[in-house]
Design a protein around this ligand. Structure first.
Ligand code: CP
Length: 317
């Protein structure tokens, strides 16, 4: 099998359509591993993965830990709050220290855009960006693509509407880049104050009115209102936002009847999405979570595994 062309995964921009298809196809095999009674394969035995999360996370952190463990890697979850970071150790020193322990992969989430690239430039092992500031969240975009492909049967030429706080969203940026590789029409909808100044550079269509942005959409991706990044100045009130841009049974109408509803989590129920849709038949929110483990298994395998075939569906070790 051809070696994977990348040493690290820092953003989506470096990936080709062929790379993305390879990751998603590999993830299909690992999804089956997660669904069987014995959810473990020996693929990464003897390899070490360090999860280094400088920001809060439920889904990404847990799924990287599970992904590593299901591949039989040794997985270390470094708690930044209980580490020497609290004593003032720099990111560079922390990473050089970890590198001296010979990990194969460091997974990093950081509040500063560019932190994973900086780490990758300083150390030799593979680095995976688990979300950096407002810049990128490539594994989220990949798991979203995996979920869409499973639900719709294809990624090609879909209309995908992303609703919410685009300006602060690394998820929106990474999804826009990935979906354009497949010819999707990517639309963004939200208050002007929550759209980035250079929104046109994302190659998306911008809509001010929710009903216009949703018209004929195949996929509706709802983003969290990031209260911690808004600094109180960009929205009149959450109630106002909810009334104008909230996704619920009364507002979803213009999307296609079989449109799927996505949310990367964590959700602000009653703000950007109503529970009737978040938990309804069209919601694929929990499929996204399941996909997160499979896609992260695929990435760890492609970046750190030997040049072996992924496990065949049904193969139990
Ligand atoms: N989607 C996502 O990144 O969720 P967490 O912050 O819980 O990891």
């Amino acid at each position: 099998m051809e070696p994977f062309a990348h040493h690290s995964l820092l953003d989506v921009e470096g990936l080709t359509r062929v790379d993305v298809e390879r990751i998603l196809d590999t993830a299909e095999a690992f999804l089956q591993v997660s669904r069987r009674p014995v959810r473990k394969v020996p693929t990464l035995r003897g390899k070490t993965v360090i999860n280094l999360f400088y920001e809060a996370s439920t889904r990404t952190r847990t799924s990287f830990e599970l992904a590593g463990k299901r591949l039989s890697a040794d997985v270390i979850n470094m708690s930044v709050s209980a580490s020497s970071v609290k004593k003032g150790e720099t990111l560079q020193d922390t990473c050089r220290t970890l590198q001296a322990m010979h990990p194969d992969v460091i997974v990093i989430r950081h509040a500063s855009s560019g932190a994973p690239s900086y780490v990758a430039s300083k150390i030799g092992c593979s680095v995976i960006n688990a979300g950096d500031g407002m810049h990128a969240h490539p594994t989220q975009a990949l798991l979203d693509a995996f979920t869409i492909r499973r639900a719709k049967g294809t990624l090609d030429n879909l209309v995908v509407t992303i609703v919410g706080d685009i300006s602060h969203s690394r998820v929106a940026r990474s999804n826009a880049h990935l979906l354009k590789l497949f010819g999707c029409e990517v639309r963004v909808v939200g208050p002007r104050t929550l759209l980035p100044a250079a929104v046109d550079s994302l190659g998306v269509r911008v809509f001010d009115r929710l009903e216009d942005g949703l018209e004929g959409a195949d996929v509706v991706m709802v983003l969290r209102i990031q209260r911690e990044r808004l600094e109180g100045a960009l929205l009149p009130s959450l109630r106002e936002y909810s009334r104008t841009f909230g996704i619920g049974p009364k507002t979803i109408g213009p999307a296609k009847p079989d449109a799927i509803i996505m949310h990367p989590g964590p959700m602000n129920r009653g703000v950007e999405i109503e529970s009737l849709l978040a938990d309804g038949e069209r919601s694929v929110v929990l499929q996204q979570v399941e996909a997160g483990v499979a896609v992260r298994m695929a990435l760890l395998y492609l970046l750190a595994g030997e040049a072996t075939e992924p496990p065949a569906v049904g193969e139990v070790h």
